[in-house]
Design a binder for this molecule. Structure first.
Ligand code: IMP
Ligand code: MG
Length: 179
């Protein structure tokens, strides 16, 4: 199962640098909101990104979790987003920031952001570490983007294939993909 890594697309050093920049931007833009937010990382892919990012955002925050599945098992194309679990706590009146690992078909953010608005959030912003270069991804409104990447399947730094590779420190492409 392992060992099909093609090449490093984004090194851990570049990720660390960009995560720091994003954290600075988010901190600056949320300090005005009375400095209190709820961060909602989309599990499981956003786990590593969220843990690195939030430790560099020195404002009062709560964490709520949502678990969404779009690429079950060995799929390399979205099978449609499905909400598996939501433990976001009390959202009404709060400023919410959704974190996801990657924006691809847009199905995840298009489901999660309206769901949080319906719970009465004062505002809902979104941040993705990666955005794929494809029309569906560009069509989704997102407030913060870490990196624009080619339309390829990537793993590492939280992203998986069949639940493997999340622990790779770099973001890499896998072999055997359609060009
Ligand atoms: P979307 O809902 O299609 O925008 O895709 C978002 C979700 O699909 C992400 O949270 C990932 O879990 C998963 N995903 C999309 N592209 C990739 C990829 O290239 N590698 C691994 N997971 C991906
Ligand atoms: Mg995901």
């Amino acid at each position: 199962m392992q060992g099909q890594i093609d090449r490093i697309l984004i090194s851990q050093d570049r990720i660390a640098e960009r995560v720091k920049e994003l954290a600075g931007q988010i901190t600056a833009e949320h300090s005005a909101n009375g400095g209190e937010i709820t961060i909602v990382p989309i599990m499981t892919g956003a786990m590593i990104f969220a843990s690195d990012l939030i430790r560099q955002i020195p404002i009062a925050m709560k964490i709520g979790l949502m678990m969404v599945s779009s690429y079950p098992g060995r799929s390399m194309e979205s099978r449609g987003s499905q909400m598996l679990n939501s433990q976001v706590g009390e959202i009404a009146g709060r400023h919410v920031l959704v974190l996801d690992d990657i924006l691809d078909s847009g199905g995840t953010l298009n489901m999660v952001v309206p769901a949080l608005r319906e719970k009465g959030a004062a505002s809902v912003k979104s941040c993705v570490l990666l955005r794929k270069d494809r029309a569906t991804a560009r069509a989704v409104r997102v407030d913060y983007v870490g990196f624009e990447i080619p339309d390829a399947f990537v793993v590492g730094y939280g992203l998986d294939y069949n639940d493997y590779y999340r622990n790779l420190p770099d973001i890499v492409t896998l072999k055997g993909q359609k060009p």
